[in-house]
Design a protein. Structure first.
Length: 370
C-alpha cells in the first residue's frame, strides 16, 4: 500500500476524502503531504498547510470529523509528539525562566492583529453566547457572569491572573467599582492595557504569577492556567490560596481536556502557544487538594466554537489591512490555528470550564449564576 492509500484508509474512518467533493475534504497540491502526515502526524499536517501543500474549504469541519472519530488513536505516536512529552517529563517547560516565552511569541505578535480580531474590549477568552448575538455582547456577558459568580461588589480588591489587555479589570472597575491588580507576561498587552484602563483603579503588571504575595478579596484567572504546566499546578494554587482572603472566591476559567496529559499538540506548541498544555479536571483537583473546595463547575465548551468562528471572521475581514505586515504564510498559520481550534470544540474533544473555588466552603452553600 502506497502512502496516499494509507492516508485515505485512515480518512475513511472519518468520512473525509482526498480531493473529494465535500467542503471538509482535503484538496492535495503536493504529494509530499502523505509522507509528512504519516511521519510527523499533526505537526506535518499543519506545516504542510502553511506550505500550501493542501487546502480545505472548511477546515473547522474537517477537524471536527477527524477528532470525533479519534483519528489520532488510529495512528502511531510520531517523534514530534514523543519529543514534547519527553521534554515535559524531564524539564519544567513552564518554569519562571521560561514563563515569558509565550508572551513574546504569541501575545506580543502585534496589537493591531488582536484589535482587528477580538471584541472591542480585547477579550481573548471564550465568550458566553446564552443570550448574545454578537461577539461584543458575548464577551461582555462572560465578564459580567464572572463578576456575579464571585459576588463582586464596590471596593473589592481583585487579582486577575493572566489579565491580557485588561478587559476584565476594566469591566470590573467600571461596572462594579472594583480595584483590580492584573498580571501578564506580555509587554504589548501591558502597554495597551495601561492605556485602555487609564483613569481607573486598575494596575497592570508585567509579572510572573509566582511573584504575587498580597491579599485580595477575590481572584479570577481567565484562560491563563493553560500556560502553567502540570509541574506547576500545585504552586499555582498555593499562590492563589496565599493571596485570597479566607471568605473570598477564586474563579478559574480554563480550556481543558477529558484526558490527563503532560504536553500539548506539537503544531500548537511550535507555532502558537509554546510550552502550553491543557489540564484535566483530575489534574486540577489533585493540585488544589487541601487548598480549595470546588463550589461550582460550569461547562460551556460549545460557546468557544462560536467565539473562534467570530474571531476568524474578523481576522479574515481585516486581512487586507494586515497582509503587508504579516504575510501570506502567517495568514495560513493563523487561519489554521483558529479553525482547527473551533473544530476541536465542535467535536467536544476540548472543554471550557469555569470553576468557582473557596478556601473553606461558602456558608449555607454556593448559589450558581448562569
Amino acid at each position: 500500500m502506497n502512502m496516499q492509500d494509507r492516508v485515505q484508509e485512515l480518512l475513511d474512518l472519518t468520512g473525509v476524502k482526498l480531493n473529494g467533493p465535500n467542503p471538509w475534504d482535503i484538496q492535495v497540491h503536493n504529494d509530499r503531504l502523505y509522507r509528512r502526515v504519516l511521519t510527523q502526524g499533526s505537526l506535518g499536517l499543519g506545516e504542510a498547510y502553511m506550505d500550501d501543500a493542501w487546502d480545505c474549504e472548511r477546515i473547522d469541519e474537517l477537524v471536527t470529523r477527524l477528532l470525533r472519530n479519534d483519528i489520532r488513536g488510529h495512528m502511531r505516536k510520531r517523534w514530534p509528539q514523543m519529543a514534547i512529552v519527553l521534554a515535559s517529563v524531564l524539564l519544567n517547560r513552564q518554569s519562571e525562566r521560561r514563563a515569558f516565552k509565550v508572551g513574546e511569541q504569541h501575545y506580543d505578535v502585534g496589537n493591531d492583529l488582536y484589535t482587528a480580531m477580538l471584541d472591542r474590549r480585547l477579550t481573548y477568552t471564550c465568550g458566553y453566547w446564552k443570550e448574545a448575538t454578537t461577539l461584543d455582547e458575548a464577551q461582555e456577558a462572560k465578564l459580567d457572569l464572572t463578576c456575579r459568580k464571585i459576588g463582586l461588589k464596590q471596593g473589592d480588591r481583585v487579582l486577575d491572573i493572566g489579565c491580557g489587555w485588561g478587559s476584565f479589570a476594566k469591566f470590573a472597575a467600571e461596572r462594579y467599582g472594583a480595584i483590580v491588580v492584573g498580571v501578564t507576561v506580555s509587554k504589548e498587552q501591558k502597554t495597551l492595557g495601561d492605556e485602555m484602563c487609564k483613569g481607573l483603579p486598575v494596575e497592570i503588571r508585567l509579572q510572573d504569577y509566582r511573584e504575587v504575595n498580597e491579599t485580595f478579596n477575590h481572584i479570577v484567572s481567565l484562560g491563563m492556567i493553560e500556560h502553567v504546566g502540570y509541574k506547576n499546578y500545585r504552586a499555582y494554587f498555593e499562590m492563589a490560596a496565599r493571596c485570597l482572603k479566607d471568605d473570598g472566591l477564586f474563579l478559574l476559567h480554563t480550556i481543558g481536556s477529558t484526558i490527563s496529559s503532560v504536553a500539548t499538540d506539537p503544531w500548537i506548541d511550535k507555532y502558537i502557544f509554546p510550552n502550553s498544555m491543557l489540564p484535566s479536571l483530575a489534574q486540577l483537583t489533585k493540585a488544589m487538594e487541601g487548598r480549595f473546595m470546588v463550589e461550582d463547575v460550569h461547562n460551556f465548551s460549545a460557546h468557544y466554537d462560536k467565539t473562534l468562528m467570530a474571531w476568524f471572521e474578523n481576522f479574515d475581514t481585516a486581512w487586507l489591512t494586515l497582509k503587508e505586515r504579516y504575510g501570506d504564510r502567517f495568514y495560513r498559520m493563523w487561519k489554521y490555528y483558529l479553525l482547527t481550534c473551533a473544530g476541536s470544540f465542535r467535536s467536544r474533544r476540548n472543554q471550557l470550564w469555569q470553576l468557582v473555588l473557596s478556601k473553606h466552603g461558602v456558608t449555607g452553600g454556593y448559589e450558581r449564576f448562569c
